[in-house]
Each structure stands twice: as C-alpha cells, then as structure tokens.
Design a protein around this ligand. Structure first.
Ligand code: K2U
Ligand code: ZN
Length: 170
C-alpha cells in the first residue's frame, strides 16, 4: 500500500471523468487499498480515484467516528438509483484544503455499485454517508464542490485556491 498525492484545485485532472471498470483486477484492488490509506492519512471520510489522478469510477468512504471501529466502504462503478429530500451540509474537500462550504444535497440516497471483490451490492444511506456518497460520486464525473456554489462564493473560493496554489509554488 502507498499514500498517494491528493490533487488540489484547480488541477485540470480533477475535471477528468473516471472510466468504467470492466473487471476487478489485483491492480485495481491495490489502487483501492492505496485510496483507503491515503484517505485515512489525510484524514478524510471519503476519497475518489480522480483525486489522486487515477481516472476510474472508484471511490471509498469511511464515516465511522474516531472512537468507532473503521467502516470502510468501496464503491466501483457506482450508480445513484434514488435521491430523496434536500438538506444543506457544511462540506470540506481534500482537493480544496481548508475550505468549508455549504452545499445542498439529497438527504437519502440509494446506490448500486461493485465492492472490492467485484460483487454488486445496493445500499440505502442517509446522514453523513449519503452526503459523502454524493460528494464522491460528483468527483467521478469531474464535478467539484465549487460547482455547487453561487457566483460570488465560487469566485472567492477560486481566488483563494489559486492564490494558495501560487504561493505554494513560489
Ligand atoms: O472527497 C473528498 O475531498 C473528501 C471529503 C469527503 C466528504 C465531503 C463532504 C461531506 C462528507 C465527506 C472530505 O474532505 S472528508 C472531511 C470532511 C468531512 C465532512 C465535512 C467536512 C470535511
Ligand atoms: Zn472532495
């Protein structure tokens, strides 16, 4: 396993949609393991393959609280089958370090995906898990937290991230 570099906005690779996985291989299982290790090290409660420059339809989430056993969930080729309700949530994103923005998401989702072994499963989720699933699903389609903001907040966050990027490379 390895901790991978998380791409930061405005890296154009964050806009590259993930490719559908045709068959789970040892190489893809190793990618999943690297994603989980990278997520825990960040730390985060989710990570999409596109965030580490791997354009595959794969994300991981673990919404367990710090004092709970880990609850890692792997989603390969996820499909959102149902979205119900609407609620605002204060989101963060590992590709927007330090940013917190209110994003409106569905309160409940039903999702179908493959697990790490390639078996199909369906899951109904609410709360933080539902938000994380929607946030990561967005990443796999090149959609980022900034895209859900109004024009002023979008401009402010863009400038903050670009300035951060410039000072980091200076
Ligand atoms: O995809 C990512 O960048 C990791 C995200 C996942 C996530 C975002 C919003 C809501 C749930 C999960 C986060 O950085 S993980 C840390 C986090 C979690 C909840 C709220 C704020 C930050
Ligand atoms: Zn994110």
């Amino acid at each position: 396993m390895a901790i991978r570099t998380i791409l930061h906005y405005p890296d154009p690779r964050l806009r590259e949609p993930g490719r559908r996985v045709e068959k789970m291989t040892d190489e893809l299982r190793s990618l999943v393991d690297d994603m989980a290790e990278t997520m825990y090290a960040a730390p985060g409660v989710g990570l999409a393959a596109t965030q580490i420059g791997e354009p595959w339809q794969v994300f991981v989430v673990d919404c367990a609280a710090e004092d709970e056993p880990s609850d890692l969930r792997v989603f390969v080729n996820p499909e959102l089958l149902e979205l119900d309700g609407k609620a605002p949530f204060e989101e963060g994103c590992l590709s927007f370090p330090g940013a917190r923005e209110e994003v409106e998401r569905a309160e409940r989702v039903r999702v179908r995906a493959w697990d790490r072994e390639g078996s199909v499963f369906e899951l109904e989720a609410d709360g933080l898990l539902a938000v994380a699933i929607q946030h990561e699903y967005d990443h796999l389609h090149g959609v980022l937290m900034i895209d859900h903001l109004g024009p002023l907040k979008k401009r402010l966050l863009h400038r903050k991230m670009v300035r951060r990027d410039v000072s980091a490379t200076a």
